[in-house]
Design a protein around this ligand. Structure first.
Ligand SMILES: [Zn+2]
Length: 353
């Protein structure tokens, strides 16, 4: 199985028209036979787009006309004095010197991020890259590839994904019993404070504007709080996915991911959160699942997506009664458990079968 991971590195100082390259890449997808190569285009760019037997994956086919398509590029790697890959590649990674360099199509230089060395150490390699714009800034997407076979699992790691408010609940099941378990969530107070701050400042700013008072400073402060919040919610999923992938790897677990996103969204609204409050509690949850899946594939961790019941008794399979405080109670066997733990008990039961 081939697993891939990607990292985007910004290269603000690049010296070519990336928009144009992206437009040509879009055309190349659509009309491979046509070979649209403007005369002033560096030949290497054309080679990258129309090379015969080009075994690069072009990512996904552009859905729209004029969608900005990233230009695929081969990569030359230099490590311990030896060269791997296409000698004429537009991207050179000199791992000995720690420098990556664009040439032929565009010129730019940047330090090689730690991420590249980590992936190579894990048995991967940077086999291709793409050039494009990310949020308007020129960037190279480095794509690491690794051939890996999933191992034979020795334990089970169910992961029940909810909103951040209720967190990501996991358990390690070994030898038919739960040996450890936990609930992971970001710092909810930190999130709440930043969110309230940005809302308060925005309201105040709006009021002052209406009575003709300049309050740009308040607006800047509000945006600052907001971007700090989103930055935090962007980094947390990455951190958590790594943590869970490492745990699975350490215990040779099979991961069972239960994503109850719609249910989580409904719960938040039922609990009285406004839509925008609920939105914050779900920000990055989907991304967490995506990063987790990528990392599990990369490390050869077997995994599956599976819905595990959270309202049905794992002992007697009858619908449970919901008590205040997310407690569930079975009227038949008397089991009383936090709702987020019911899926874990189901995973335990399914393993015993
Ligand atoms: Zn029961």
């Amino acid at each position: 199985m081939i697993a891939r991971r990607a990292l985007v590195v910004e290269l603000p100082s690049v010296d070519c028209d990336i928009l144009r390259l992206q437009a040509l890449t879009n055309l190349a997808y659509r009309y491979k036979e046509l070979k649209i190569c403007p005369e002033d285009l560096p030949r290497t760019a054309c080679t990258m787009l129309y090379k015969k037997n080009f075994n690069l994956e072009f990512g996904t086919k552009p859905k729209r006309w004029f969608a900005r398509q990233w230009l695929p590029m081969t990569v030359l790697r230099i490590q311990d004095g030896a060269r791997r890959g296409d000698g004429g590649a537009p991207l050179v990674l000199n791992l000995d010197r720690g420098v990556m360099r664009l040439r032929s199509i565009c010129r730019a230089e940047a330090p090689i991020p730690r991420w590249v060395y980590d992936r190579i150490e894990e048995g991967g390699d940077i086999v291709f890259a793409m050039l494009g714009l990310k949020d308007g800034i020129p960037a190279v997407m480095l794509v690491a590839e690794r051939s890996v076979e999933p191992y034979k699992p020795e334990s089970l790691l169910p992961v029940d994904v909810n909103s951040w408010k209720h967190g990501v609940v996991w358990a390690l099941i070994k030898g038919g019993r739960i040996v450890s378990e936990g609930r992971e969530r970001p710092d909810l107070r930190f999130i709440d404070n930043l969110y309230r701050k940005s809302v308060r400042l925005e309201e105040l700013h709006g009021r002052l504007v209406r009575i003709g008072v300049n309050s740009d400073k308040l607006d800047v402060e509000a945006q600052h709080a907001k971007s700090k919040l989103y930055r935090y919610l962007r980094d947390y999923p990455q951190w958590l996915a790594s943590k869970i992938a490492r745990k699975a790897l350490k215990h040779k677990s099979k991961v069972v991911i239960d994503r109850a996103l719609e249910e989580s969204w409904r719960d938040l609204l039922e609990e009285g959160l406004t839509r925008s409050e609920a939105k914050i509690q779900m920000t990055g949850v989907r991304r967490f699942i995506k990063i987790l899946e990528t990392q599990l594939r990369w490390h050869g961790v077997p995994y599956e997506f599976r819905r595990l019941p959270s309202r049905v008794c794992p002992n007697c399979e009858v619908e449970m009664e919901e008590l205040p405080g997310r407690l569930m109670k079975c009227s038949k066997c008397g089991l009383e458990e936090n709702r987020d733990r019911i899926p874990i008990l189901w995973a335990l039961r399914l393993l015993r079968k």
